[in-house]
Design a protein around this ligand. Structure first.
Ligand SMILES: Cc1cc2nc3c(=O)[nH]c(=O)nc-3n(C[C@H](O)[C@H](O)[C@H](O)COP(=O)(O)O)c2cc1C
Length: 190
């Protein structure tokens, strides 16, 4: 698949088949994603892969987080149907059998903190694209930050911040393509 096709056709998928992703494939994709650039070459990322009992514990936490979503969703003027869809997704992660968590090393220095976060995001986005190319589906999620303390307790995140969580599996839906907004580029010549 051409790179531009991978970029354009990757979608956030919120419904997965029951089929479990092979560990060897996940290892390969994650390892490949680490070719991302990083600030001062610190390579400040860390992945945690959740399956089986670990995923179950995470799902319990995730279901609890659904309640924290009401206010932010209301602020986005989502109607009741949309709110209940998003909350339902937090409850079951679309039926995926694997969740991949991407973290970055936190720093008290705001420049290092920013550099580490965006370096982690570069690696994580690589992973989402590689997964799509391999026929897998993902959905980058950061809504968990509304329930950060519990996440930190559950995963033992001392010294790390969250880049994102994504369920990984085979897609069981083909969602509509959310159009991209215009006027996001400004050219300056003087
Ligand atoms: C940083 C980031 C955080 C996101 N957090 C969530 C989330 O918490 N829950 C969710 O359902 N989708 C989440 N998304 C997915 C976006 O809703 C999705 O990328 C957007 O609607 C565009 O759709 P597309 O990914 O299919 O192009 C997140 C995406 C990004 C990049």
């Amino acid at each position: 698949m051409e790179l531009r096709t991978v970029i354009e056709e990757r979608r956030s998928i919120r419904k997965f088949t029951e089929q479990k992703v092979e560990r060897a494939l996940l290892e390969e994709l994650i390892s490949e994603s680490l070719w991302a650039p990083s600030a001062m070459n610190r390579q400040p990322w860390k992945y945690v892969i959740l399956q089986d009992q670990a995923l179950k514990k995470f799902m319990d936490y995730s279901a609890g987080t659904a309640e924290y979503m009401d206010t932010p969703l209301e602020k986005q003027n989502f109607n009741e149907k949309m709110r209940s869809f998003v909350k339902g997704y937090f409850r079951d992660l679309g039926g995926a059998s694997t969740a991949v968590v991407c973290l970055y090393q936190s720093s008290v220095d705001p420049v290092v903190e920013h550099g580490n976060l965006v370096s982690g995001a570069a690696a994580f986005y690589n992973f989402l694209l590689l997964a799509h190319e391999a026929g897998l589906a993902t959905c980058w999620m950061t809504g968990y930050l509304y329930n950060k303390e519990s996440l930190s307790r559950l995963l033992g995140l001392e010294g790390y911040g969250l880049v994102g969580v994504t369920p990984v599996g085979l897609p069981a839906q083909e969602p509509p393509v959310p159009p991209r907004k215009p006027d996001k580029v400004e050219w300056r010549t003087e």
